[in-house]
Design a protein around this ligand. Structure first.
Ligand SMILES: Nc1ncnc2c1ncn2[C@@H]1O[C@H](COP(=O)(O)OP(=O)(O)OP(=O)(O)O)[C@@H](O)[C@H]1O
Ligand SMILES: Cc1ncsc1CCO
Ligand SMILES: [Mg+2]
Length: 279
């Protein structure tokens, strides 16, 4: 589709505005150090907590129903990751979301492995329907499966490109009145009235388990300070991930370097590296 010069100028100025918003959100996050409550999977609890700490947020992994009402009264956001769900976890997740709703807190849903089993798909839909202020962050195959289409996945890994999930993500924004982040080689941030793509990141990133889970947790941290589109988290992790990967011989050092880069990330680096396109 051809665009006019006026439209191009408009897009460029929106891109600059969005970049400013991301830099401002990172500053606000580090100043406010929001508490992010995570009900997440056994695989990634440690790297998720470390990613939140490295960016400047305050993580707590909590699973007990008995403390969830209290937690939601003072937490900044709730991250629900269904990665290792079972029949005992699901009612606790549901209760936590009900409490998040009572306190008007944002819920980030990471529907890990949605489409791989009926339990995962149905639980993801139940959670999405329940959360009042919702952001869905998932890979393309999970987004496609959540929307009810046939996805190609291998367990928790996507075999679809993020572009293939854009229509499904649009459907999800309408159905669940939420914002959606599709992660992958290109990240898409889709809201009711906007579509943004980020071309950062590195092909080594999916070689570490839980990179997407960290993205969902960071999405919760930014939502806690009011940036609830998922854009700032995807931008920060994309830029940090590519810098860390450039310094790493493989996934082992990437995991370690990522925490250092997240910790050191500054406005100048974001301004220099960010590859953002507003549709
Ligand atoms: N091929 C790639 N090139 C560049 N960046 C990538 C690539 N694949 C993933 N990423 C980045 O890695 C991060 C995690 O996205 P990914 O889609 O791999 O999550 P995921 O499949 O949910 O991962 P997991 O379930 O293991 O946590 C995002 O920041 C994304 O931009
Ligand atoms: C590998 C794996 N299995 C369940 S959760 C998880 C972490 C990545 O999502
Ligand atoms: Mg995932």
């Amino acid at each position: 589709m051809q665009t006019t010069q006026k439209e191009d100028t408009q897009k460029e100025s929106t891109q600059k505005e969005k970049t400013k918003l991301i830099v401002g959100a990172l500053h606000a996050l580090r100043t406010q150090k929001p508490l992010v409550v995570n009900i997440t999977n056994y695989v990634v609890m440690n790297n998720t907590a470390n990613a939140l700490l490295a960016i400047g947020a305050s993580p707590i992994m909590a699973h007990s129903r008995q403390e969830m009402a209290e937690m939601m009264s003072f937490s900044g956001a709730l991250v629900i990751n269904i990665g290792t769900l079972d029949s005992q976890w699901v009612p606790r997740m549901i209760y936590a979301i009900e409490q998040a709703n009572v306190h008007e807190k944002v819920v980030v849903l990471d529907p890990v492995g949605c489409g791989a089993s009926t339990l995962r798909t149905e639980t993801s839909r139940q959670i999405a329907a329940l959360a009042k202020h919702l952001i869905i962050r998932a890979n393309a195959s999970e987004i496609i499966a959540l929307a009810g289409e046939k996805a190609q996945s291998k367990g928790v890994d996507s075999l679809d490109s993020s572009e293939m999930a854009v229509d499904a993500a649009r459907y999800l924004t309408e159905t669940y009145h939420c914002n959606v982040v599709i992660s992958g080689e290109v990240d898409y941030i889709i809201t009711a009235d906007s579509e943004i793509t980020l071309h950062n990141g590195h092909a080594m990133m999916p070689s570490i388990t839980g990179m997407g889970c960290s993205l969902s947790a960071l999405t919760g941290a930014f939502a806690a300070i009011g940036e609830d589109s998922g854009l700032a988290a995807a931008a920060v992790l994309g830029v940090a991930g590519e810098i860390a990967a450039e310094q790493s011989a493989g996934p082992g050092s990437l995991q370690m370097n990522l925490l250092d880069v997240l910790y050191q990330l500054d406005a100048t680096t974001i301004n220099k590296r960010l590859k953002i396109t507003v549709k």
